[in-house]
Design a protein around this ligand. Structure first.
Ligand code: ADP
Ligand code: 5GP
Length: 205
């Protein structure tokens, strides 16, 4: 297994940006129910804002979905490996979600924040709350669906989860959406371009 220290990637960043954005470094937590479009939004953001932020790659005990790559999408760990890392305090935060464990590698994120980078964490609610407590200056953004019906449709259309997983994710979604007021900003991901513009404005306004 690769060391977790490599778990934060500069997205699309073969070279450094010459503009001096480092003074504006911060931790940005992006939360929202599974299927709302977080991954889609952040991928587009990375394409449009190369060199402007780093994206933390989490560890998880979930099985890889088709096409997911270890070290790129997640660090896929066994439960035993995950527990070991947790005992070593290697996670900035961790949480259980729909029967699997997820955690943010601590060292890389702390180093990037210290170096003045904009560091994005895409994590669920329990983890977001832990980060908010540990980093009161973190910017907390909630991505909401236009409706639960639309959310369900997106999860189904994505085609990556079986019926039981979809049910668990939808159940959790209700709790998560109810917590949106805890966040600095809620962006409704209805029209993709509008949501991206709002996200860009929030992070780099
Ligand atoms: P998450 O990362 O939040 O779990 P994904 O990014 O995987 O969600 O998106 C779930 C599905 O919804 C994908 O099939 C994606 O193409 C679709 N999707 C994302 N944003 C929109 C949008 N604004 N309008 C319609 N479909 C969307
Ligand atoms: P998925 O299985 O769909 O990739 O992710 C399920 C949920 O786990 C999503 O809400 C995602 O944001 C969240 N998640 C991913 N990585 C982490 C992490 O490191 N910590 C926490 N707390 N949640 C995470």
């Amino acid at each position: 297994m690769e060391p977790l220290i490599s778990a934060t990637n500069r997205v699309n960043t073969p070279e450094r940006d010459s503009s001096s954005h480092k003074q504006n470094g911060k931790l940005v937590v992006v939360t929202g129910p599974s299927g709302v479009g977080k991954g889609t939004l952040l991928k587009i953001l990375a394409e449009r804002r190369p060199n402007r932020f780093v994206f933390s790659i989490s560890a998880t005990t979930r099985q890889p979905r088709t096409g997911e790559v270890h070290g790129k999408d997640y660090f896929f760990l066994s439960r035993q490996e995950f527990e070991q890392k947790r005992l070593e305090d290697a996670f900035l935060e961790w949480a259980e979600y729909a029967g699997n464990l997820y955690g943010t590698p601590r060292q890389a994120v702390e180093e990037w924040v210290k170096a003045g980078e904009v560091v994005l964490l895409e994590i669920e609610l329990v983890g977001a709350r832990k980060v908010a407590r540990a980093f009161p200056d973190a910017q907390k953004i909630f991505i909401a669906p236009p409706s639960i019906a639309v959310l369900e449709q997106r999860i189904r259309d994505r085609g990556t989860d079986d019926a039981a997983a979809i049910a668990k994710r939808l159940e959790r979604a209700q709790t998560e959406i109810a917590a949106a007021p805890e966040f600095d900003l809620t962006i409704v991901n209805d029209d993709l371009e509008t949501a991206i513009a709002q996200l860009e404005q929030a992070i780099w306004q």
